[in-house]
Design a binder for this molecule. Structure first.
Ligand code: ASP
Length: 362
């Protein structure tokens, strides 16, 4: 339990939330976010925990983020871990889901809250979602600094597990969803948190280890009807180590396209790890279910189950950074490491049974 008023570190990386208008459109405005938060009475309310701002220099549009920037965020948190009770990462929405997953893998164990938020419109605008997102995030951290361990993302009116989020709307204020795991909390009249969806933190908190990111070479490829095996061959060419393959439905692929399967086989023989995830927003990629999935497994791909592409990519980066052999990466990628996937034995039985029936007809 926190014994004194919680102190929060805001790690401000950039994004629309603090941008200003320019002739080229919205661009990051150094100092703008901090100045506006200082001026507004709501941020000075006594319900809002004390916070300090550590701003990136330069501030980034998150479309420009790389794994080196994830590392910069993780290092900023680790360096100040003892001095603060919780961490608010203020981030552009475009790649926030990738960063949330990456931080969950990189910072471990994580016994204090790391919460990401941003906005679709700048805090400087009259009509904006920035004020609500920032204030609610700070209030959540202030109220639950001692319990909300791990990486989460707050946006609009929902608190999500960081490894489960994806950006689903480029225009709406409700820009994120967690398609395969229920929201961890809801911000209505009350701020409700479902504590059974939050990992229990170790007490007293231990400073996390930081796994560096940026050395491994990973990629992603989306299947589409009529794909030419040569384009996939380029994606799988050295030095790539792991690829997230966005498959049809339950993990299906054009199994009659022999050239496609041969490209996969040749890559897995070289040690490339190919993780199958599903293109639909909800559901799971399990290569055991259909003949068209089994062909992928026979060519060496592994099931990514219900991981988002963002989580699967971050996981591949993370596993390869630790210099695991490809066989070990293939094994670990299918294990639930940070709440990023639902193992097949935990998929609700009714769905499992229906799927097995279909599989019987393959
Ligand atoms: N392009 C911006 C970014 O991701 C979009 C946003 O923040 O909403 O940084």
């Amino acid at each position: 339990m926190a014994t004194s008023a919680p102190r929060i570190l805001v790690v401000y990386t950039g994004g629309t939330v603090g941008m200003v208008e320019s002739e080229e459109g919205y661009v990051p405005g150094p100092g703008t976010l901090e100045a506006l938060m200082d001026q507004r009475a709501s941020f000075q309310s006594e319900d809002v925990p004390d916070y300090d701002v550590h701003a990136f220099d330069p501030l980034l549009d998150s479309a420009n983020m790389t794994p080196d920037d994830w590392l910069q965020i993780a290092e900023a948190i680790r360096a100040r871990f003892e001095a603060y009770d919780g961490f608010l990462v203020v981030h552009g929405t475009d790649t926030m889901a990738f960063t949330a997953s990456a931080l969950a893998f990189m910072l471990h164990p994580l016994d204090k809250p790391v919460l990401l938020t941003g906005a679709q419109l700048p805090l400087a605008e009259t009509r904006t979602d920035a004020q609500g997102n920032l204030l609610t995030s700070l209030l959540l951290l202030g109220a639950h600094a001692d319990r909300l361990a791990g990486v989460h993302l707050f946006f609009h009116d929902r608190l999500y597990r960081g490894t489960r989020v994806t950006k689903v709307n480029a225009d709406a204020f409700a820009a994120f969803d967690s398609p395969n795991f229920p929201a961890v909390g809801t911000a209505g009249i009350d701020l409700d948190v479902e504590w059974n969806r939050v990992p229990a933190p170790h007490r007293p908190p231990r400073p996390p280890a930081v796994t560096e990111m940026g050395e491994a070479t990973v990629s992603a490829f989306r299947l589409f009807p009529g794909l030419d095996a040569a384009s996939l061959e380029n994606v799988l060419a050295p030095p790539v180590q792991g690829v997230v393959l966005e498959c049809f439905g339950a993990g299906n692929a054009p199994a009659k396209n022999e050239a496609f399967l041969e490209v996969l086989r040749e890559a897995t023989d070289r040690g490339v790890v190919i993780v199958a995830v599903t293109q639909p927003l909800r559901g799971t990629a399990d290569l055991d279910l259909y003949a068209t999935g089994q062909a992928l497994a026979d060519a060496g791909a592994v099931s990514g189950y219900d991981m988002t592409t963002e989580a699967a990519l971050a996981k591949l980066y993370y596993l390869f950074e630790q210099n695991h052999a490809p066989g070990e990466v293939r094994r670990l990628v299918q294990n639930n490491l940070r709440g990023e996937l639902t193992p097949p034995e935990e998929v609700p039985p009714a769905l499992g049974r229906a799927r097995r029936r279909v599989a019987g007809y393959r």
